[in-house]
Design a protein around this ligand. Structure first.
Ligand code: ARG
Length: 273
């Protein structure tokens, strides 16, 4: 069976993350973030990636856009083409110009979505074989799915998210390899749960505790899973599936409703046996 191997990621140094003063998802606790601690957590995440030979590119954070740290939400990069996000909430719209500049300066072709669409990058999408799954309902919509399908010439499967705490696909769904994925059933509509059951041969459920402990927001590379610490049953399940946990503490980022996966935009990956 083939396994995904991440080669290069983009992350944003959390220099001004502690200035966060708004709440746009139910996890957020504005005014409580410890900036120094967030920096320690972020640097430990980099170390975890480096231990897996993953190259980490870093973009500087700008003032006034605290959630800019969540690099995965900024777009989907496929080769040297990137579809830039169109943020749903005003608080995050200012992040895009900095990422646009970063990608432009490195020779990426930028694809822009139509003005009347919403999309938050890899936070809301996962490639699954020849399809792209997109979480719709909170941060992305059906029009977006059509537009992205055209740009990448790919079949897009919308998955309806129905719980505001699971506002992004990467909070309720986690592909592990070609055949196995985890999901949190209450996060999705009945119809979308059925769609997932048809698409994923080995579809496993997260318990409430696992989902609330941000298990879905993990980063999988080869037989390693970088995930939020303190999730013993998830760790045990991974072990039984032949995966090794690399636990990291992301508590400061969870105060904004984000974790490992949110902080990490995968720029290059491959599939290996
Ligand atoms: N506060 C951010 C928001 O609500 C958190 C984003 C986390 N990103 C993610 N991919 N889940 O937009």
């Amino acid at each position: 069976m083939k396994h995904k191997l991440i080669k290069k990621v983009l992350m944003c140094e959390p220099t001004y993350f502690d200035t966060l003063d708004y709440a746009i998802n139910p996890w957020m606790k504005p005014g409580t973030i410890d900036g120094a601690e967030a920096m320690v957590e972020w640097k430990n995440l980099i170390k975890a990636y480096q231990s897996q030979d993953i190259k980490v590119e870093v973009i500087k954070q700008q003032k006034g856009v605290p959630d800019m740290v969540f690099a995965t939400d900024q777009g989907i990069a496929l080769g040297k083409t990137v579809i830039l996000s169109r943020f749903w909430c005003d608080e995050r719209k200012g992040e895009t110009k900095y990422y646009r500049q970063w990608f432009e300066e490195r020779g990426y072709t930028i694809k822009n979505l139509p003005e009347n669409t919403y999309f938050e990058g890899n936070g809301d999408s996962y490639f699954w074989h020849d399809k792209l799954l997109i979480g719709v309902g909170y941060r992305a919509d059906q029009r977006t799915c059509q537009a992205i399908s055209k740009i990448f010439n790919i079949e897009v499967v919308p998955l309806q998210i129905i719980d505001p705490a699971f506002y992004h696909l990467d909070v309720g769904f986690l592909p592990l390899n070609e055949t196995t994925a985890f999901y949190y059933p209450p996060a999705f509509s009945k119809k979308s749960r059925e769609v997932l059951k048809k698409l994923v041969p080995n579809l496993l459920e997260f318990t409430d505790d696992e989902a609330n402990g941000f298990a879905a927001n993990s980063v999988v590379t080869d037989h390693h899973v970088v995930h939020q610490s303190g999730n013993p049953t998830f760790k045990h399940k991974l072990q039984n599936l032949g995966y090794t946990s690399i636990e990291v503490e992301m508590g400061e980022f969870m105060k904004s409703g984000g974790g490992t996966h949110c902080l990490t935009n995968v720029l290059e990956e491959g599939w290996e046996n």
